[in-house]
Design a protein around this ligand. Sequence first.
Ligand code: ADP
Ligand code: MG
Length: 364
Amino acid sequence: MLVGILGGGQLGRMLALAGTPLGLRFRFLEPGTNAPTSVIAHQIVGDYDGPRALARFADGIDVATYEFENVPLASVRQLQQHCPVYPPPAALEAAQDRLNEKQLFRRLHIPTAPFVAVNSRSELDEAVERIGLPAVLKTRRMGYDGKGQRMLHTADDVASAWEALGDVPLLLEGFITFGRELSIIGVRDQHGNTVFYPLAENTHQDGILVRSLAPAPDVPGSLQNRAEIYAMQVMDTLDYVGTLAIELFQAGERLLANEMAPRVHNSGHWTIEGTETSQFENHIRAVAGLPLGSTFPIGSSAMVNIIGTLPDAARLLDIPGAHLHLYGKAPRPGRKLGHVTLRANEPETVAARLRELETRLRGA
Ligand SMILES: Nc1ncnc2c1ncn2[C@@H]1O[C@H](COP(=O)(O)OP(=O)(O)O)[C@@H](O)[C@H]1O
Ligand SMILES: [Mg+2]
């Protein structure tokens, strides 16, 4: 079976690495020439909406998926005339626009931060009036790693935030003073069967994920259940096939959905070593029509992103239980270049090694 993947970044690379042992072959469509997938699978270099590139990509693939959520919807719909595309375009449509996404959560009675769509300066003033401050102003589309966002602490911040972002449709969200951030990752197969990973606890710096602990510490069964129900509702509504991630804020007893990703997710990288079947393998299994594998965690894991500069591999691998994943990307400030997963039987062991790992990464 030949699986076509739109997007040739690290997520695509890890999908192909997980799916190859299952006897599957992969082809990527990706605009960049030195993309992370270029060295491991057949690559078609071209724009996602270039008719010729898209036709070459579609020719002979049995099924298509995507690892990048901003692929044009029209291209995905066109691909559907050649082969099945999973997750369904409806999921992509919901996730590409923060307003659609939050409205979907609201329709399913999944709690979120208060939000209001903003299309003009006067609407921004009204939204600030309604939601109060502090608040976060976000572009509805194309934001990632905290890009396209401005914090509004006081009324003085409104004008400059509008100045910075105001030429595209926006969303104003109430600022949530959360205790921590969590994410739930679920996978749904073509028959509607679902599996869920244990919640991960995620730390962001400047909007970029820096660290995940998994299974997240101190998670009562009721919290895990609630998160699974939210993910299940989203997947069932969309007749979803593949891996889905929902980022959550935990504030006391409250669990609020922040955003969803219709794809494998950075906060699930720990599942490669930390569970029986990784999010990548399960995504590929779902897309290829295979049974899903167990999501059972093997001990405890911590995942740390390598951002901006490349570390000395030997110094990291010297830490017991460390697994290094480099994506083959050129260093650039703020860019995700790889990650390290630490896995051990006891969370205390992981915590001690994590301190060592973060010290060594800082010294890199
Ligand atoms: N309404 C909010 N209240 C508090 N923190 C927020 C809010 N929205 C975003 N953040 C912080 O910014 C990070 C990035 O925002 P997010 O909406 O997830 O955008 P991105 O698409 O860039 O990941 C979140 O993980 C969280 O740490
Ligand atoms: Mg996010």
